[in-house]
Design a protein. Structure first.
Length: 560
């Protein structure tokens, strides 16, 4: 998608829509929808569907609906509804007031079920769920007809009315479509349309004790709303014949269902059931834990909608499932943040530096560039004083080969500051380096020597007297393997969890970030991109690492 709005490339879906427009099938209308079930938080895979459906509507001057498939009250919560609304809005999809619920249509869906019974195309079945599965057959063997399939229309109407009235226990009866028990498509072997659930519904309360299945509610809800193109992922391809059968049997408006390949990422699981397990077992802190693939988690981590749009545009719209390398997603994130994130200096693992020839009590304010990719971002001033913090990794008492940063007797450049040279190392009783005594060259302010001498390394730093104490949360991939489901015999997908997916550091940042609002994004120079977490306080900001500066995608392309 371009700028979060419309597809910029032709694909097989736009080809289908163009064909419909040429034939006049929908009178030139394009009306799409996103129909999530509110039984969990949306994840990255949903983002592709949202942006595709909304983008198509925008591209063709059509409409886009948001509709909740709230047909299973035992798994749905208002928390999920609220989070989904926030996520769809965050991605930039505008439903323009067309927010609907399948529960809005419960009475109409019931009336249509009665119509099917009257037409001899549906019946009440007393088989238990396990018996229904047994009678259905297999991919190589046809199913068997339910012993209740031949009930009369009158008996079915009476039983269905009593199901609605609450006369029967959960699971004791279902309403099934009467289609073809020998069909090669298992979805057409008399699928269940209604089941009994004596459960309180968030929106309809106890008005209903029978609830439609997804296969029954989905197509008819599309029809009611005048949807023209029902865009969904490939797992629904085998359901399309049932989608069409229901609509054709009722003789109502018929949208066109079109399936596309979902977005799958390496090192990532998208299953709501498994994500819920991670939350319930405390493996993560919640649905918005930045290690999770949920949209709320990605937002908290510092990912922007623009990065997700860029990713979906890069991978395009395909008919065949594939797995996208996580490095490409990280590349999209990095490309966006590089353009827009302000630069600041932070020190994650501090080592003290004292400039022994710098005047005590003196403070200078040095100009620092806010974003070299955006000249309009301007400059800020950073304080410089006698005592500094630098990264521990920027000093080696015994440097390895090709190490050009600070060591005893070597000169380096301080970013935006001066040349300094280490002259002495201070250690504690255990022999650990705790302080460096250095000199600075006052003629090199701004990082250039008037005599033309060069240094091979530039390091970042903070004025110790002005640095703001902070917390840095360094997030890594939640799983150790590209395919978390790839486990040894007898193993479990949770065996692939990364035990080091989170490291928390006490660190320092420059004072310019004091009071930054949650969600503010920065590049800590030479380190990574970070985002201010909602756990922050004015006295102690908390930063989540969004993505490293290092581009792993370039390496992947070179290998490929």
């Amino acid at each position: 998608m371009s700028n979060g709005e419309t597809p910029t490339q032709s694909n097989f879906i736009t080809d289908i829509i163009d064909g419909h427009n040429q034939s006049g099938r929908f009178a030139g209308r394009v009306h799409t929808r996103f129909p999530p079930e509110p039984n969990g938080y949306l994840h990255i895979g949903h983002a592709k569907s949202i942006m595709l459906n909304y983008g198509l509507a925008r591209q063709y001057g059509g409409k886009f609906n948001l509709r909740f498939d709230d047909t299973n009250p035992t798994k749905e919560e208002q928390e999920y509804i609220d989070s989904i609304i926030a996520d769809v809005h965050w991605l930039g999809a505008d439903w323009e007031g067309r927010l609907f619920y399948a529960s809005d249509y419960f009475q109409q869906l019931y009336d249509w079920a009665v119509q099917l019974i009257q037409q001899g195309q549906a019946y009440v079945c007393d088989l238990r769920a396990d018996e229904v599965r047994e009678y259905r057959g297999t991919l190589t063997e046809p199913g068997r007809a339910s012993p209740y399939r031949s009930r009369s229309v009158a008996e079915n109407l009476e039983l269905f009315a009593r199901m609605k009235a609450g006369d029967y226990a959960d699971g004791s009866r279902t309403l099934r479509a009467k289609i073809d028990m020998a069909s090669p498509n298992l979805n057409l072997r008399d699928p269940v349309l209604y089941r009994i659930l004596h459960a309180e519904h968030p929106r309809t309360g106890d008005a209903w004790c029978i609830y439609p299945t997804y296969d029954w509610a989905h197509g008819q809800s599309d029809s009611i709303e005048g949807i023209t193109h029902s865009i969904c992922t490939l797992e629904f391809e085998d359901h399309r014949p049932l989608y069409d059968w229901c609509i054709q049997s009722l003789g109502i408006h018929a949208p066109q269902q079109i399936e596309f390949a979902r977005l799958n990422l390496t090192y990532t699981l998208m299953s709501k059931r498994r994500l819920l397990k991670l939350v319930n077992e405390g493996i993560v802190s919640g649905w918005d834990d930045p290690r999770m693939p949920t949209l709320s988690a990605q937002r908290r981590r510092g990912v922007t909608p623009a990065a997700l749009h860029d990713l979906t545009e890069r991978i395009g719209v395909a008919k065949n499932n594939s797995v996208v390398d996580l490095a490409l997603y990280e590349y999209s994130i990095r490309q966006d943040l590089n353009q827009h994130a302000l630069r600041v200096m932070g020190v994650l693992n501090p080592l003290k530096v004292t400039l022994i020839n710098y005047p005590e009590g003196q403070v200078e304010w040095l100009d620092a560039v806010n974003n070299p990719e955006d000249p309009a971002a301007g400059v800020r001033q950073v304080p410089f004083s006698r005592e500094l913090w630098i990264e521990q990794d920027d000093f080696r008492e015994t440097p390895p080969p090709k190490y050009f940063r600070l060591t005893v007797g070597r000169e380096v450049r301080l970013r935006y500051g001066y040349f300094i040279k280490c002259v002495e190392v201070v250690k504690d009783a255990d022999g650990q380096v705790i302080e460096l005594l250095c000199t600075y060259d006052p003629d090199t302010r701004g990082g250039n020597a008037p005599d033309g001498r060069k240094v091979k390394s530039t390091i970042h730093w903070l004025s110790a007297a002005h640095a703001l104490p902070a917390e840095a949360r360094l997030y890594e991939r939640l799983f150790l393997t590209e395919n978390p489901d790839d486990v040894a015999e007898g193993g479990d997908w949770m065996d692939n969890l990364n035990p080091n997916s989170l490291e928390i550091l006490n660190c320092y940042v420059e004072p310019s970030v004091a009071g930054a609002a949650p969600g503010s994004r920065y590049q800590f120079e030479r380190l990574a991109y970070f985002c201010v977490d909602p756990d922050s306080t004015p006295e102690r900001p908390v930063f989540n690492r969004t993505v490293a500066l290092k581009d792993e995608w370039a390496k992947v392309q070179q290998r490929g």
